[in-house]
Ligand binder design. Sequence first.
Ligand code: ADE
Ligand code: ZN
Length: 319
Amino acid sequence: MPLPKAELHLHIEGTLEPELAFELAARNGVALPYADTDELRKAYQFEDLQSFLNLYYELMAVLRTERDFEDLANAYLARAAAQGVRHAEIFFDPQAHLARGVGMGTVVDGLWRALGGSEAEHGISTRLILCFLRDESAESALETLEAAKPYLDRITGVGLDSAEVGHPPVKFREVYEAAAALGLRRVAHAGEEGPPEYITEALDVLGVERVDHGLRCMEDPALVERLVRERIPLTLCPLSNVRLRTVDVLADHPLPAMLDAGLLCTVNSDDPAYFGGYAGDNFDAVGAALGLGEERLRELARNSFVASFLEDDEERRAR
Ligand code: ADE
Ligand code: ZN
């Protein structure tokens, strides 16, 4: 039996497996510039975050209808359930779809067709987190939040993702203030490729409650001390870090040092279709490569519920 766990860093578009991409391409009459799934898989060699993002956005072209988003989410939930995921806080990137003429309603209603039935169907409770693309303008983020207003009953929080370096958190001060005023929870990717200062800025300027990745905090001892003191959770994604070359090999991952420092670390899959593993695979991989024993893996699973946006009673039921 896999350890019961919550997944807190998962881009639903990053769960698009090659087989489903081709199925949706055929259904929607979209031409993919790859002969078959083998050829597509061969393209999964990344130099850095940007080289991955190029493919990630290209493949999204197959997602067009509510049914596509429903099928995508159901495929993820089935795989996650098999790996012990009991609760998932799921990111989506509406700007990438709006740019292709796919409306906010198509995305949210489609995802909700799967998420709404997820507890009964897959035994997984869910939350939806709308992410702003940080390489788009601050105005575009504000327009996106505006477009999301009719759907806020199904959206728990906002996040910030895409190309990090050169797009500091401060650029999104206004839209995070607006999100907070709407009662939305706040998270942001920071310190994946970007410097530790982006983590500090995400905390101080955007008011985030949780930092996605946050890996580079280890370069700043005062920041580590603060994250420990304030119990700010970090959503680490070990297999992603290796595939995107922020860490050379998994055996060098700073996770053990981060746990030893007292950081509230969680282990997640990020974009599992692209990075070679879902949540349980990430747990297994860090266990093996970093020599983490049963107790440490249990601590990571426990942290995932503590760091979630579940209420206390819901958290107890999910564990
Ligand atoms: N979008 C999807 N995956 C991402 C990641 N790992 N970092 C930033 N943006 C992303
Ligand atoms: Zn991510």
